[in-house]
Structures are given as structure tokens and as C-alpha cells.
Design a protein around this ligand. Structure first.
Ligand code: CS2
Ligand code: MG
Length: 409
């Protein structure tokens, strides 16, 4: 079954997405998500100029060989651009294989280990009243686990805190990438953050009780000892996880954090290969693998990470913000069902404009996500709709400390 055509589709229904569409000689199509928030055109060029010419004429069934061909054959391996490109090809080939087999991808991956994937939503507030409203909104939407991000006294805008519930209050949407010429510069103060966050979780527990699984994203902004201090101070509030407590590329730093706190740790959304995880997993330094299919070499790449993680009792916690497209989200949901060591699935609901372009079949019912039993991934790309939303440059913000030092955002 030879690959006859490959399209790279850049579209911006409210935010930018890069989608790969592979078509076989007998007209079967498959989709892959290649979206790299803030660097989308780098992946588009890598695909269009250096990958697409290599795919034409290859057998679409040869998924593992194509993965190795694109990974080892590039010579210059790993990195977010290369691995997002490989991810898109890999995911599209799995979509095709499952469509040809007439079954949803999770069946091809070994069938379902669960009836659905527990999802967590993003609650946030500049202050406690706004945060409580956002938590209530997400509980009403059916979420059974909730991420809590808060404003910090003295700081104007902070990662993860929306200016308000978007769309008239019936949906919360937070789009960190701001369309504009240059990245927005936000201010940061770790000491103020470390003083404030424990009091917020104390208030949330007092208001919503001890049972509700609560998550928090440190978003790479702390040093290892600061992360250890926060993990320890949050222990009384029994978090489901503390995410990206410190920049994860310093894998050894997690040894220090682990020594000081039993708060579960999640890391990996910015990782792009299994090699980013080897110390973290083999030394049990984290509890959840945060990678998305889109950024870790596709279904093939991420499943290898999750199978490695399973050896050490570590579970999945796949990344699922709005900059993971519905194609990437659908691929995650098939893996969520198929792997035994599933933990939780991040789920920021896409906007109506995005869902015009990507026609999905996955469902969110009673707190659980399901990819549907549509053959393949279960997503169709509406090219006419995609053309109505041209690309707009958009950058993620950066943080600066009070003295002007650039800091992780
Ligand atoms: C965040 C992401 O969802 C998360 O856990 O870390 O929203 C992250 O900020 C974006 O993916 C960056 O593009
Ligand atoms: Mg995160």
C-alpha cells in the first residue's frame, strides 16, 4: 500500500495547528499532529522540505521502519522539531493502518484496558473567588479531577491563569500563545509564589473537601530546592501531582526533590524522546510521564516510553492543552485506553472554530474521555474550513524577574 501524496496543512482557528495528511495509492488517508506552539513553521518546513519527498512511494504499512528511517536517517536526531515531524508521520500511518483494518486504533494497539480515560480540566483564578467559580464550572462540566493555577499577589499575569472564563462563562479557555510580533513579557517572583500557593490549596481543600483530585503545574519555574520546598508544603493538601516542578532536562535534580517530598511528581511535556526520561524512570524519580503523542515521536515513540515507565510503576499523564490538536488528542486517547499503566489525561476543550476544522468523534462523558470506535483515529480534517483560518505568528510569553533577568515562563 504505497504512499501517493502527503499534505502539510497549517491552519489557525483561534490558534495555530500543523497537520500532516498522508494519502495512499488507493485513497486511504491518515492524519498526524505536528503542532509545536510558537515554532509551527519550523516543523512545517522540516516536513515539507525534508520528510515528504522521502515518504512518497514508501509502504504505508511499514510504520516502525519508517520511524527508524526518519529518526536514524536524519543523522541529526531528537529535538522538538524533528520529533514532532516524525510524530505526525507515525500517527498518520497508524491512522491509515487502523482504517484499513476497520477498527479504532486502540484495538490495533491491543484493545482497551479501561472503559474511558479519566480527564482533568484547567481551573484558575486571579483570586480565590474567581478560582472557586472556575473549579465549580469544571465540576459542572463533569470533570472529576482539576488542575488549580492561581494568580500571585503583586504579579499582573501568571502562567495558566485566564483573564476570565472565556466565551460567556459556559467555557473556560486559556490560550497562552499570543498573536503578535514579539513574545509578551510577564513578571515573576518565585518567593511570592512559594508563599502564596500553599494557602490557595488550603482554601481549596477547605471549600471542596479532601477527595477531589487536585493537580498543579509549576511550569519549570523553580530551582530544585524551591521545588522540594513547594512539594513539602503541599503535602497536607494531598495533590494528585505537582507538574514540571523544575526544568526537567536536569533529570538528576529530581533526586533532590524526591528526598524532600512525597508529593507525586509529573514531568515531560517538553521532552521529545525516551532518552529524556532514562534517569527519571529507572530511578523512579517521577510518578507520571507527561509527554504527548505529538511531541514524542508519535504513537510508536510514546508507547516505547510508556512501556519503559511501566517497568518502574510509573504511569501516563498525557499532555492535552489546546495546542495539542484534536488529532493529537485523539491519538492520546487511543493510547490511554490501550496501555495498562494509564494515569490521567489532560483535557482542555478546543474551541468551536477548531472543531469546525477538525471533525472529532471522541467523547467526554461523566469525567471520562473515549476515542470512539470509529476506524482509525476518528478525526477528519475539513480542508475548506482549514483554509478559512490562515496562519498568524504567535509566541508564548516569557518571564522576567524584577531585576530583568529572563526566567522560565
Ligand atoms: C501546560 C501547557 O497544559 C500544561 O500543562 O504546561 O499548557 C503549556 O503551557 C503549553 O503547552 C505551551 O504551549
Ligand atoms: Mg504543563
Amino acid at each position: 500500500m504505497k504512499i501517493a501524496a502527503v499534505d502539510v496543512v497549517v491552519t489557525s482557528p483561534g490558534r495555530n495547528f500543523v497537520t500532516l495528511r498522508i494519502t495512499t495509492e488507493d485513497g486511504i488517508t491518515g492524519l498526524g499532529d505536528a503542532t509545536l506552539n510558537g515554532r509551527e513553521l519550523a516543523v512545517e518546513a522540516y516536513l515539507r522540505e525534508h520528510v515528504v519527498p522521502l515518504l512518497i512511494g514508501r509502504d504505508a504499512h511499514d510504520i516502525e521502519d519508517t520511524w527508524q528511517y526518519l529518526y536514524r536517517g536524519a543523522y541529526w536526531r531528537r529535538g522538538p522539531v524533528t520529533m514532532a515531524a516524525i510524530a505526525a508521520v507515525d500517527t498518520a500511518l497508524w491512522d491509515i493502518k487502523a482504517r484499513v483494518a476497520g477498527m479504532p486504533l486502540y484495538q490495533l494497539l491491543g484493545g482497551a484496558c479501561r472503559v474511558g480515560a479519566l480527564a482533568y480540566g484547567h481551573a484558575s483564578g486571579r483570586d480565590l473567588p474567581e478560582l472557586f467559580d472556575s473549579i465549580r464550572l469544571h465540576l459542572e462540566l463533569g470533570f472529576r479531577a482539576i488542575r488549580v493555577q492561581t494568580g500571585i499577589p503583586g504579579l499582573d499575569t501568571v502562567y495558566g491563569v485566564a483573564a476570565s472564563a472565556a466565551g460567556g462563562g459556559d467555557r473556560y479557555d486559556y490560550e497562552p500563545a499570543r498573536a503578535g510580533v514579539l513574545p509578551v513579557e510577564e513578571s515573576w517572583d518565585t518567593r511570592a509564589y512559594l508563599r502564596h500557593v500553599p494557602s490557595v490549596f488550603e482554601a481549596v481543600r477547605a471549600e471542596f473537601g479532601p477527595e477531589l483530585p487536585l493537580l498543579h503545574d509549576g511550569h519549570h519555574r523553580m530551582t530544585p530546592i524551591e521545588a522540594a520546598r513547594l512539594g513539602k508544603s503541599l503535602e497536607p493538601y494531598d495533590l494528585f501531582w505537582l507538574e514540571d516542578a523544575t526544568p526537567g532536562e536536569d533529570q538528576a535534580a529530581l533526586r533532590l526533590i524526591r528526598q524532600h517530598t512525597t508529593t507525586p511528581l509529573a514531568i515531560g511535556e517538553v521532552f521529545n524522546s525516551i532518552h529524556d526520561y532514562t534517569t527519571l524512570l529507572s530511578e523512579r524519580l517521577i510518578d507520571y510521564v507527561r509527554s504527548a503523542v505529538t511531541h514524542t515521536g508519535g504513537v510508536t515513540g510514546l508507547k516505547k516510553v510508556l512501556d519503559f515507565a511501566a517497568v518502574y510503576g510509573i504511569k501516563s499523564g498525557m499532555h492535552g492543552p489546546t495546542d495539542i490538536s484534536p488529532v493529537g488528542m485523539a491519538a492520546a486517547l487511543h493510547l490511554d485506553l490501550a496501555v495498562h499503566n494509564f494515569g490521567i489525561q489532560e483535557y482542555m476543550r478546543h474551541t468551536p472554530a477548531t472543531l469546525e476544522v477538525f471533525r472529532t468523534s471522541y467523547t467526554f462523558v461523566d469525567g471520562l474521555l473515549h476515542p470512539s470506535d470509529t476506524p482509525g483515529l476518528g478525526v477528519e480534517l475539513d480542508l475548506d474550513a482549514a483554509e478559512r483560518f490562515p496562519y498568524r505568528p504567535a509566541y508564548l510569553p516569557v518571564n522576567r524577574l524584577a531585576d530583568g533577568t529572563l526566567h522560565d515562563w
